[in-house]
Write a protein that binds this ligand. Structure first.
Ligand code: GUN
Ligand code: FE
Length: 431
């Protein structure tokens, strides 16, 4: 199946500059980009062209770290830091997901809002509840969006209602996988079969929530099913100190994950990474662990400013995460803004680390995080055609702005109201 779209394409093949195709054409075959060109070749002259006029066409946004249940809690409780916020706000809310009816209403709403925000791919934490997670997976499959989703594993230091036993955590994780092998088997077989859009990701909450026995078992499950892994690392100073108390014999927070087999090279995401030591950063680099940078959440919970430029200089893979409910909005455009702002504030006291440019932050929210999903987040040949059509006519500007300036305006001042169409792997997703 061939589809051709005409419009103003803006994307980042490389971090430090935008690629622009004004009045260009994209030829999409079976969901993949075959060609992006300024002149449409003769062979396509009989194929219908969907003309997007003067609108911008950009890659769909990738949210590398989001908690679906926490969308109900955004905007409240931010006068607390991470650990009291988890106990007082997050754990009570997540406890409600033992009711599938509660989960259904909420997860339908979450997916609607994720779609509206222009996120086309996301790495999603559910809760520790098997049935509600299974429902979230089903709803995401029906949505047409792309996602890695995991049931949260947490068998220590939680509330009585939310905590699970070690056995239950292992058992229910295996059941979710065995009941739906499409969630992992494309990767388990070979790495060439195209994986369905919704896939499973192992989701140990963070070291303080998981016993050594559970972490060890999850490391074995990761190997057996060839699964990716997501968790949290070095977000907050009290959290880092607590991990040291819990595992005095292991040198660092990152090494606790490594020790238990929870660092799968190239297929692991660690959210936050604000306080990693140089040797932890080297461990991440060596294993090509993805860092999900969540600046808005780091502001809200007064966690700190992650030294993003340091990670980029060292070639650690990075994407952006909303970390909703630590972050308060789903729109990745606003996380791009917060990423830039955070880097500027960091620069003031660390002049060797230059601020992040708009193209760099845009790259992180598209191709940077997208690469965790494969060829996603750019308009190069062979990439999945994940795209947003942006109607920015309501965003008034002086003079004749360039296409890049129009994109900057959308990022800073636009909203989901400016998103006219969303495509995932070549299919327009309507709701
Ligand atoms: N660390 C462990 N759990 C969480 C969570 O739900 N949100 C954030 N921001 N950090 C965490
Ligand atoms: Fe998080």
């Amino acid at each position: 199946m061939i589809k051709i779209l005409k419009g103003n394409f803006v994307f980042t093949k490389e971090m430090n500059r935008f690629e622009v195709y004004e009045n260009g054409y994209v030829v999409v075959e079976n969901g993949k980009i075959k060609l992006l060109t300024k002149e449409l070749p003769e062979i396509y002259q009989d194929t219908a062209v969907e003309d997007m006029g003067d609108q911008l066409i950009i890659p769909g946004f990738v949210d590398l770290h989001v908690h679906a249940p926490q969308w109900l809690n955004t905007g409240i409780g931010y006068s607390k830091e991470l650990l009291p916020w988890l106990n007082d706000y997050t754990f009570p809310l997540e406890s409600e997901f033992d009711s599938v009816e509660f989960a259904k209403e909420h997860y339908e709403n979450f997916i609607q809002d994720l779609w509206e925000a222009g996120t086309t791919r996301a790495c999603v934490f559910a809760t520790r509840h098997k049935d509600a997670t299974s429902l979230l997976i089903k709803l995401l499959k029906e949505s047409g969006l792309g996602a890695y989703v995991g049931k949260v594993n947490m068998d220590r230091n939680s509330s009585p209602r939310l905590q699970e036993t070690t056995e239950q955590s292992i058992q229910e994780t295996i059941e979710l996988l065995e009941e739906d092998p499409t969630l992992y088997e494309a990767f388990a077989k070979d790495n060439t079969t195209e994986a369905p859009l919704v896939q499973y990701i192992l989701t140990p909450r963070f070291v303080p929530s998981t016993t050594a026995a559970l972490m060890k078992a999850l490391g074995e499950i990761a190997v057996k099913y060839n699964l990716p892994i997501q968790s949290h690392l070095s977000e907050n100073r009290s959290e880092v100190a607590w991990v040291k108390e819990l595992h005095p014999d292991i040198d660092s927070f990152a090494e606790v994950y490594e020790h238990f087999g929870l660092i799968q090279p190239g297929r692991t995401i660690m959210a936050h990474c604000v306080y990693n030591t140089d040797s932890e950063i080297e461990l991440l680099r060596k294993n090509q662990v993805y860092v999900a940078h969540c600046p808005q959440s780091n502001f809200n919970l007064a966690s700190g400013i992650m030294p993003l430029r340091k990670y980029l200089n060292l070639n650690v893979p990075v994407g952006l995460g909303s970390d909703v409910g630590g972050g308060h909005v789903l729109d990745m455009s606003k996380h791009i803004v917060d990423c830039i702002t955070a880097s500027k504030m960091y620069f003031v006291d660390h002049p060797d680390y230059a601020p992040i440019s708009v193209s760099e932050a845009f790259y992180l929210a598209t191709k940077g995080g997208g690469s965790f999903f494969g060829k996603v987040g750019s308009f190069e040949e062979g990439y999945d055609f994940d795209a947003l059509v942006i109607n920015d006519s309501s965003l008034k500007m002086n003079g004749t702005p360039t296409l890049v300036e129009r994109l900057e305006k959308f990022i800073y001042n636009g909203s989901s109201h400016n998103i006219a169409k969303r495509f995932v792997r070549g299919t327009e997703i309507k709701r």
